[in-house]
Design a protein around this ligand. Structure first.
Ligand code: SF4
Ligand code: SF4
Length: 371
């Protein structure tokens, strides 16, 4: 028998690559591409960003972390290629106080497990072990650069990786593999086009003006950083701009026309919003969640957020965020919960509670409107 996938002969590289991608889709990934490893195209951009100090307190991005990120061959010895995978998390879900990616189960473990299953499939396909390592938003890798290199999309002005058929509400993960000297997989062409064109919607919509220019984000001004990464007081001039956002911010993705037109409905059950955050799309629901956070003790927090990505923020940080939100949208009904925080053990929580209490608090309103 000649070429064509008949029994008794090894598949061609193209056939195996197609089968690997079909397997990835079968496992639940929405996009898949393959990139050869090497220095990232955005390396100079990354260095300039670090030099300007725009990474704030995210020290893991500098020093040794930066050195590893300057060449994707460094994080895992022997790896030659990355299979880059995207999994959508529900860009059509309504806006709310908690960023969409964090409303359901933590994606890290789920996607790592799926990526491992893809590795096992490849090992069975090749009939030998494969030197490989999965990364899910965890390794010292410029993931969006790698995804662009694997053909999954372009680096938008909002710094997100945007795919022309899926928008940007997706998780990126990757399986670093050593494909061996005989190269058993075809790599994809990098995504060459920049389809942002003259659009500046994301830059204009940012409530804190965190973009220093297209693709240059000052993380220290970004609500995602302020509510999740920052281990300290939120600078006072930024608190009002945080509005009703308790955890993360999706605004510069929500306004992107590629998400407006192409983001998809939530399909993955694990990422479906948990009961606790379900009502946090309305002003009253957000206030209720903020009050609930203020009343939580360590046991409540552990139970409420077991297996949730929200646990990246410690309980005192969530209380800090809740104070900011109630300072912005709270009413006199919320005053007792804030006053209780004046005795909190963490100085930052006490100070944010005092700030919130000093803000004007209207009387409760009879009707509910989205925040
Ligand atoms: S996530 Fe929000 S605060 Fe951060 S850059 Fe985007 S719009 Fe601005
Ligand atoms: S909003 Fe416009 S400029 Fe921003 S990432 Fe989307 S297409 Fe690009």
């Amino acid at each position: 028998m000649r070429d064509g996938g008949a029994a008794g002969r090894s598949p061609t590289t193209a056939e195996r690559t197609r089968r690997l991608k079909a397997q990835a889709f079968g496992l639940g990934f929405d996009l898949v591409g393959i990139a050869a490893l090497g220095p990232p195209a955005t390396r100079a951009h990354f260095d300039a960003w670090l030099d300007a100090g725009l990474h704030g307190e995210m020290g893991y991005l500098s020093g040794e972390g930066a050195e590893l990120r300057r060449d994707t061959r460094r994080p895992h010895a022997g790896a030659t290629h990355a299979i880059v995978l995207a999994t959508q998390y529900g860009g059509r879900e309504p806006s709310g106080a908690v960023a969409r990616y964090a409303r359901g189960d933590d994606y890290h473990e789920l996607l790592r497990e799926r990526t491992r299953l893809l590795q096992h499939w490849l090992e069975q396909e090749l009939g030998r072990p494969v030197n490989a390592r999965p990364y899910v938003d965890s390794g010292p890798i410029l993931e969006r650069d790698l995804a662009q290199r694997a053909g999954l999309g372009w680096f938008g002005k909002n710094t997100m990786l945007i795919n022309p058929t899926a928008g940007s509400f997706f998780f990126l993960s990757s399986l670093f593999v050593d494909v061996g000297p005989d190269v058993v997989l075809d790599q994809d062409d990098p995504f060459a086009a920049d389809r942002c064109g003259s659009c500046t919607r994301c830059l204009d919509a940012c409530p804190t003006q965190a973009f220093k220019g297209p693709r240059v984000l000052d993380a220290t001004q970004c609500i995602s950083y302020l509510t999740i990464e920052l281990r300290g007081a939120i600078p006072e001039p930024l608190r009002e701009k945080i509005g009703a956002l308790l955890y993360g911010c999706d605004i510069c993705q929500e306004v992107c026309p590629w998400n407006v037109s192409f983001t998809n409905a939530l399909r993955e059950e694990a990422f479906r919003p948990r009961e606790l955050v379900l009502d946090a799309g309305s002003r009253e629901g957000t206030r209720a969640l903020a009050r609930e956070l203020l009343m939580m003790d360590a046991a409540d927090y552990a139970a409420a957020f077991k297996g949730s990505a929200i646990k990246r923020a410690k309980l005192w940080m969530l209380k800090r965020n809740a104070c900011v939100v109630l300072g912005n949208i709270g009413t006199s009904e919320d005053a007792p919960a804030l006053e209780a925080m004046l005795a909190h053990e963490h100085e930052v929580v006490r100070e944010h509670a005092a700030w919130a209490i000093a803000r004007p608090h209207p009387s409760p309103r009879p009707s509910s409107r989205p925040s």
